[in-house]
Design a protein around this ligand. Structure first.
Ligand SMILES: NC(=O)c1ccc[n+]([C@@H]2O[C@H](COP(=O)([O-])OP(=O)(O)OC[C@H]3O[C@@H](n4cnc5c(N)ncnc54)[C@H](O)[C@@H]3O)[C@@H](O)[C@H]2O)c1
Length: 429
């Protein structure tokens, strides 16, 4: 192993940078993770993970010898063979990806005489690699290599996804750089797809767009199920058994959120538009998702009438279970719509702190959230919700209306437990 041990600097200690850093250490490499937030680096130096991600704490602990954390660019780059960029690329007001953090890292790179390879893990528009190469060359750093190595991990299963990926994509300008980056992953069993830089950048955006398209597709099927009397859970099962389609990403619900799908779909839409192409299908995927989040309000109104003064409990705030990430969570749109309708909103989540949610009362337990509520909405399918004794909590609600936004509970059992239960795309009571 020692002959293949490399020195890696990672810029960005977020969900991707930190998980990648810890996993590269687990693979035997020496890793320095650099961030600009002192509180993150201080927590990491104390051995604490600044984000909630299953398995991350154990790996941090186990690989302490091969991991360092710093605020200093010089210290990160000093001995590095590879400089990974894993900073955020959020949307700008126009919907294009904001690459300012990426450019900051490129401009922060010191004069380096030796040959290092800059590796892009952040999700960036097609063409970014070419622009980075030009910017480096303009600074006299034309000898620095560049590889696009997009990341496909999902929050909540990030460590497992990194160590057992479906594929490793390596897009490079030179075979030598591609070989070097592919070799970093030698101990991971997965196909390595080599290609040009632009195609690697597009593989990431296209993969996300395809996943989102499946979600919006099944959500529209669910909406048609509701008006025609079919059950989308059975429908999805039947569709998913087709080998040409497979079962993944066919769970109807209240729409996708998170730090990637919404911003990456917007970025791809704008990338196409800026290049003179109107990406109709992607526009529809985005619009269906926006409407899907709002349909819950109409369901509540059907049960409760006007929502003014009604108390609604949101069960789950994070954009999905297994993470504390609130970025673009459907709960934010739901809470906003409910408050605008004049409802009182309370919320429970086992890990997300609900930062950014104003006017929402926090409950410490599911039971506390439900007590006296006129209705509850399952927003995030936290496993803890499957373990609730629903029959015991139903009488504590003012009216036992439950909208299961993730179809995680059994409709018959919930009605048996005393609820006016409604899922997404399933026959109503
Ligand atoms: N979160 C995911 O599930 C996921 C999955 C695949 C790809 N991605 C992509 O990976 C990238 C990072 O996403 P994330 O969720 O980890 O973001 P994040 O916001 O959690 O982390 C980004 C980190 O970069 C730090 N940073 C900013 N400027 C810096 C600089 N100059 N030097 C060092 N650090 C700096 C920030 O302080 C922050 O800690 C994005 O492009 C995202 O689209 C994310």
């Amino acid at each position: 192993m020692s002959e293949s041990k490399q020195r890696i600097a990672i810029f960005g200690a977020g969900y991707v940078g930190l998980v990648s850093g810890v996993c590269y250490a687990e693979l035997g490499h020496d890793v320095v993770v650099r961030d600009i937030l002192p509180e993150k680096i201080e927590a990491l130096e104390r051995g604490e993970a600044p984000i909630y991600e299953p398995g991350l704490g154990d790996l941090l602990e186990r690989n302490r010898e091969r991991l360092r954390f710093t605020l200093e660019v010089g210290e990160a780059i000093e001995d590095a063979d590879f400089v990974y960029i894993a900073v955020g690329t959020p949307p700008t007001y126009s919907g294009d990806a904001d690459l300012s953090a990426v450019w900051t890292v490129i401009d922060e790179l010191p004069e380096i005489a030796r040959r290092i390879v800059v590796v892009m893990k952040s999700t960036v528009p097609v063409g970014t690699g070419g622009r980075v190469r030009d910017r480096l060359a303009a600074r006299g750093l034309g000898h620095v290599g560049y590889v696009s190595n997009p990341e496909f991990l999902a929050e909540g299963t990030a460590v497992r996804d990194f160590m057992h990926p479906d594929r490793i994509v390596v897009g490079a300008f030179s075979a030598e750089d591609a070989d070097a980056v592919a070799a970093l992953h030698r101990r991971i069993e997965a196909p390595v797809l080599r290609c040009d830089v632009a195609s690697a950048e597009m593989i990431k955006l296209a993969s996300n767009a395809a996943l989102m398209a499946r979600i919006s597709f099944i959500n529209e099927i669910a909406n048609v199920c509701e008006v025609t009397g079919a059950d989308v859970v059975k429908v999805a099962e039947g569709v998913g058994l087709d080998r040409r389609l497979g079962p993944h990403f066919l769970r109807a619900g209240i729409g996708f959120g998170g730090s990637c799908f919404p911003k990456d779909s917007l970025a791809l839409k704008q990338l196409a538009a800026n290049s003179g192409y109107h990406f109709q299908l992607l526009n529809a995927v985005i619009e269906v998702n926006e409407l899907q989040k709002r349909r819950v309000i109409a369901k509540l109104q059907r049960h409760l009438g006007p929502l003014r003064g009604k108390s609604v409990a949101l069960l789950g705030l994070a954009f999905k279970p297994g993470t504390d990430d609130m970025r673009e969570a459907p709960s934010i749109v739901l809470a906003g719509r409910l408050l605008a309708e004049g409802a009182d909103v309370r919320a429970w989540d086992p890990v997300a702190d609900g930062s950014g949610l104003h006017g929402v009362e926090r409950a410490q337990s599911v039971e506390a959230a439900l007590a006296g509520a006129d209705a509850a909405v399952i927003v995030t399918e936290w496993p803890a919700l499957a373990a609730v004794d629903w029959a015991a909590v139903a009488p504590a609600m003012r009216t036992p209306v439950l909208i299961d936004g993730r179809n995680m509970l059994d409709p018959a059992a919930m009605r048996e437990a005393g609820f006016r239960y409604e899922g997404i795309g399933r026959a109503a009571e």
